[in-house]
Design a protein around this ligand. Structure first.
Ligand code: N01
Length: 537
């Protein structure tokens, strides 16, 4: 038998060089002087914004808010050219952050973590990479993202297709030219809805295969308004604070209690104002009860359906595009620019694949029932194995070799959405059962990295080695998360929030729906209470 190894190679291993990994590295290495290795599968920094290079990819929370807040000089100096920056600009921003804080030297690119195993005897993680490297660390921080493992579609035959297959979530760096081509886009989630107007402009023919129509509403993009930006930058601290104290992590403050407490005319005025302002205002800054009360939700769903019908000239296409059968906001609401107008082109068609699903991809196209739609290029905008997929892909094993996949057989269980019982010293940045994807991601990420690094600091100050949630704390958090979810309309709908986009995945709400302020207050109490619910040894 080999000798037990008692000393780590580094203090912390971090996975991912997106928003989470970059900030974690800076904080651990530069602010806490802890030795840190970062592994990143891509060839450079950027995470989501490295991979998702499809035409039209951009953020849908205003960039002045969808950005790091941790460094005052950084947030003052960086200028966004548009209200909602496009993918290339967000990537340039993250590259700038990497340069500014000299981060690349501690990131190993082109390397995937394929094993993360807890060593009970030495209280260390052993991290294996696909290049054969093995690194032992005291802590492991996953910044692997929530939407980074593409879903494998239910239909087969993709390999037999003789044309080109593109995935929105892994778009070629050299881009794609659709000029003169017959193109199929499969999927009308946020990615498909952003890409379709651009593909429609170039393609000779575009066929959109839609399973579920979406409640897409206007993004309202435009050049940055220099006066508005100057005003925000003068008060950036306060603005960030207001954002962190809002359900979604944006500094909106016009929300009214109930859509049902006002008459139809007043509701229409409110919805019009939010629709015209664009962004997430309609969703999150109109009426508080739309996610909780079906009748309130119906008022906004009717409004959006009407607006969609106004924009689509062909009534048959409009009928296909107007969503029915589920409540607005129970699937992640996409924001759009010229999406509905794209269907006013004669060259753009929509095929409903709800009633008759896609059977397979053939050598020449997409087969639905008896018909093959012949195309030159297929774009898969079919989504992700969200939240848990990126963690499962790393083969994480906790105490006694327990695989995370086994522990989460019936759905994810966590404490505060950041740590897991029997998986000590493992931090999941924006993990399942945290506000994560329903909280402005850069701020959600900063909060979680700060929680993890504060916990590490707390242990170090006290000469302790290990932090792990108790089973009771984990159970209570799971019950609370589910209770809150069950008060909303979300569980009724098949969405990736519920794990329902992946056949066979356990149905469970992946997100803490109590909102960022309540979540942050709970975390603060836990810390003030000496990490209540955690076992520290
Ligand atoms: O993925 P999705 P996405 N046959 O899962 C359809 C974030 N994001 O990449 O709804 C036919 O939402 C599927 O149909 P259905 C954002 O959080 C943000 O678009 O399952 N269709 C659906 O229409 C977002 O929510 C931005 O019935 C099939 C689509 O494919 C998340 O990423 C931009 C199918 C998948 O939609 C994921 O968005 C982009 C099949 N077999 C993404 N399988 C921003 O703006 C799946 N579909 C910041």
């Amino acid at each position: 038998m080999s000798q037990p190894i008692s000393s780590p190679d580094v203090d912390v291993v971090v996975v991912g060089a997106g928003f989470a990994g970059l900030y974690a590295l800076h904080k651990l290495r530069d602010m806490m002087q802890l030795s840190t290795r970062v592994f990143e599968a891509g060839s450079d920094v950027g995470g989501t914004w490295f991979w998702n290079r499809y035409p039209g990819a951009r953020c849908d929370i205003e960039s002045i808010h969808y950005s790091y807040s941790f460094d005052e000089d950084l947030q003052q100096e960086w200028q966004w050219s548009e209200k909602f920056a496009g993918q290339p600009e967000i990537l340039r921003y993250l590259e700038h952050v990497a340069d500014r804080f000299d981060l690349r030297k501690d990131i190993t690119f082109g390397t995937r973590v394929v094993g993360v195993h807890w060593d009970d005897e030495n209280s260390l993680w052993t991290v294996h990479t696909d290049t054969g490297e093995i690194v032992r660390s005291r802590y492991f921080i996953s910044g692997a993202g929530n939407l980074s493992v593409p879903k494998t579609p239910e239909f087969g035959g993709i390999d037999s297709f003789r044309g080109e297959v593109l995935m929105t979530g892994n778009w070629p760096h050299e881009g794609a030219d659709f000029t003169g081509k017959r193109v199929a886009v499969i999927g009308t989630g946020a990615s498909g809805i952003q890409a379709i107007p651009f593909i429609a402009q170039e393609a000779a023919e575009l066929t959109v295969f839609q399973r579920t129509p979406n409640f897409a509403t206007p993004l309202g993009n435009g050049p940055s308004d220099s006066d508005e930006v100057a005003e925000i930058k003068r008060n950036y601290g306060k603005v960030r604070n207001a954002a962190r104290n809002h359900f979604l992590g944006v500094p909106f403050d016009q929300v009214q209690p109930s859509a049902l407490a006002v008459d139809a005319e007043e509701r229409r005025r409110t919805f019009d104002a939010r629709w015209n302002a664009g962004g997430f205002r309609l969703f999150i800054d109109s009426y508080q009860d739309i996610l909780f009360d079906k009748k309130a939700n119906d008022t906004i769903a009717d409004y959006i359906r009407d607006r969609i019908r106004e924009r689509v000239q062909d009534p048959e296409k409009a009928a296909k595009l107007a969503p029915t059968g589920y409540s607005y906001g129970t699937k992640r609401p996409p924001l759009e620019t010229n999406y509905y107008e794209a269907f006013n082109r004669d060259t753009v068609n929509i095929v409903d694949v709800k009633t008759t699903p896609i059977d397979e991809i053939t050598a020449t196209g997409v087969r639905v029932g008896d018909r093959v739609y012949e195309v030159d290029t297929i774009v898969l905008a079919t989504g992700f194995d969200a939240m848990t997929g990126p963690l499962m892909a790393m083969d994480i094993r906790g105490r006694g070799g327990l695989p995370l996949a086994q522990k989460w057989d019936h759905g994810p269980t966590t404490y505060l959405g950041i740590m897991v019982h029997e998986f000590p010293n493992l931090f999941l940045i924006t993990g399942p059962q945290s506000p994560s994807v329903l909280y402005n991601m850069p701020l959600a990420i900063e909060d979680h990295v700060d929680f993890a690094t504060d916990a590490i600091d707390y242990l170090n100050q006290r000469g302790l080695d290990v932090i792990e949630p108790s089973k009771d704390a984990e159970n209570s958090w799971g019950a609370l998360t589910n209770d809150i979810a069950n008060q909303t309309l979300l569980p009724e709908t098949n969405s990736w929030y519920m794990g329902a986009n992946i056949p066979g995945k356990p149905r469970a709400c992946m997100v803490y729906l109590g909102g960022a302020p309540a979540y942050r207050a709970t975390c603060a109490e836990v810390v003030a209470d000496g990490y209540a619910g955690f076992i520290l040894t």
